[in-house]
Structures are given as C-alpha cells and as structure tokens.
Design a binder for this molecule. Structure first.
Ligand code: SAM
Length: 277
C-alpha cells in the first residue's frame, strides 16, 4: 500500500490547522525540536504521545500512521465549524415529498446522512426519520442540528457494508454515498433495501457514474481510491421490477479542490408495487 509517512502526515495536518511547530509542541507539553524531528523523519512520536498528538491534530492514530481512510477524511471535514454540505435540503427530498407527502408519519431511512441536513428536513416536515453515517463527527453534528430544530431523528453511526435494515421503511434515501459500495456487494445491498420497503414505498438513490468522456476529479486524494463510480444505468437495472418515477442522468460542474471539472450522476426514484395493477 502507498502510505504517507508519519512525519509528512503531521506536517500536513499541522499546516491545515494553521498551527506552528511551537504551538503544537506547547499543546503537547514537549519541545518544538521534537515536532521538528517528527516532521523531518529523524524521530517518531512515542506510543503514549500518539493518541494525544492525534487529538491535537483532530485526526486518528491510524491516519497519523498513514492509514488514512474515508472515515478520517469525512470526520476531518465535519470537524470544522459550519455545515460542510450546507443546510439546503437535496432536491430529491422535494421529489420524494411530492410523491409521498407526509400525510402520516411515513418512515424514512437516510443512508450516509453526513451532517444530517436532509434527515432533519424530513423530520421537520413530519416524517419519522432514521439516519446513519460512518462518520462519528457527522452523526454528532446531525444530532445537534436536530436538537437545534427541536425535532426527533434516530441518528446512529454505522457502516453500510455491515448494516442491513431490520425493519420496514416507506422511503429509503441516499445521496452522494453509494459510490463507496464495491461493485460485488451492490446487488445484495439493493435487494436488502427493496425487501425492507413497504408496498407503495420509495427508494430514492443517486450514484456517480463513469463515462469515457469525463475524467476523474483532478483533486482526488488517496481516499478517493475507496470510491467506485457505478456503470451508467447499473442502478436502474437493480430496480427493473419497480415503477420508475424519476430516472435521469445528469452531467454537472464541480469546483472541489479549486479545479473545475465534471461529474456524471444517475438518479432514481422508484416505487415498490407488489399487487397486479
Ligand atoms: C458526499 S457525503 C454525502 C452526505 C449526505 N448524504 C449529504 O448529501 O449531505 C458522503 C457521506 O457518505 C458517508 N459514508 C462513506 N462511506 C460510508 C459507509 N461505508 N457507511 C456509511 N456512510 C458512509 C460519509 O461519511 C459521508 O458523510
């Protein structure tokens, strides 16, 4: 595996947080020469210092050792003040509302809810919402957002690779998340969502898709290697036996990392219909 060296990680994180070597050293009650030695690779933090150093740099011991993961990547983004993805609900939320207005507390599951903006929005509109994300920071922030809005959402931390619904939902929703699923588990994952959706219920999902004429984002980090864009149309195939309400593919501009580039996304809102019409 290709890892950043510990010294390089410390140097990068320290600079990202705008700390001098001296400031970091002071917070750990050590000399700035120690920090300097770690960063130029002539010494390593001792085992007792590692967790304190990770906390001071708002990261994990794994990440310090170069085992960066999507978890630490999102945890780091969500650690900042403010809401990384903003607070405006995703457009799909309104499409869902049109199809299944909250005339009763329909049960919604939000997979990979991030900092909870969509889950909280649904809850405020009268849906009964359960939401999870792999990022602890995201879940903490989502809980605070629900509290601030005086609304109840069942938030919890879980990894979608392990989690499978154990109860039925009327709406299963996920935005900007499913490209973390490796291709081999997608069929089983979608089957599990479908079988835990009530009759007449909806699955509303979007996925990044590969296109030969769209190059990968220029700012991709090594965490991006955990991302697996879907084949165009693949998502629709898993739902061939449901009724499609929204089924679209869009190319859009993105400026993440400061370099303009494009993404392609497939969006599906499909309804489960079991009885013959
Ligand atoms: C692009 S963000 C989208 C967040 C949210 N759905 C939104 O639209 O604001 C992707 C989210 O997927 C979460 N995620 C990545 N891998 C995951 C996994 N294996 N299980 C659960 N959540 C995951 C990340 O922590 C992150 O919050």
């Amino acid at each position: 595996m290709d890892h950043l060296k510990t010294g390089e990680v410390i140097n990068k994180r320290r600079k990202e947080l705008g700390l001098t070597q001296n400031q970091l050293a002071k917070s750990l009650h050590i000399s700035f020469q120690s920090v300097s030695k770690w960063e130029n690779g002539t010494a390593y933090p001792d085992i007792e210092t590692l967790p304190k150093l990770a906390a001071a740099l708002h990261t994990t011991v794994d990440a310090l050792l170069g085992y960066s993961s999507v978890v630490t990547d999102y945890d780091r983004r969500y650690h900042a003040e403010g809401y990384y993805w903003g607070l405006t609900p995703n457009r799909i939320c309104y499409d869902i509302m049109k199809l299944l207005p909250p005339i009763k507390p329909y049960r919604v599951l939000d997979i990979g809810c991030g900092e909870g903006k969509d889950a909280v929005f649904f809850s405020k509109c009268g849906y009964h919402v359960t939401a999870f994300d792999i990022s602890e920071q995201g879940i903490e922030k989502a809980k605070r957002l629900a509290e601030h809005n005086r609304t109840d959402v069942t938030f919890f931390k879980a990894d979608m690779f392990d989690y499978r619904p154990d109860t039925e939902y009327d709406v299963i929703f996920s935005s900007g998340v499913l490209h973390f699923l490796t291709p081999s588990v997608r069929g089983e994952f979608c089957d599990s969502l479908k079988s835990h959706t009530s009759d007449g219920g909806l699955n509303a999902l979007n996925v990044f898709v590969k296109k030969p004429f769209i190059s990968r984002a220029p700012d991709r980090t090594r965490d991006e290697d955990k991302r697996h864009p879907w084949r165009s149309g693949e998502l629709f195939g898993y739902y061939h036996d449901w009724l499609f309400s929204v089924c679209k593919e869009e190319v859009f501009d993105c400026n993440s990392g400061g370099t303009p580039h494009k993404h392609c996304m497939d969006t599906l809102i499909a309804q489960k219909i079991t009885a013959p019409l």
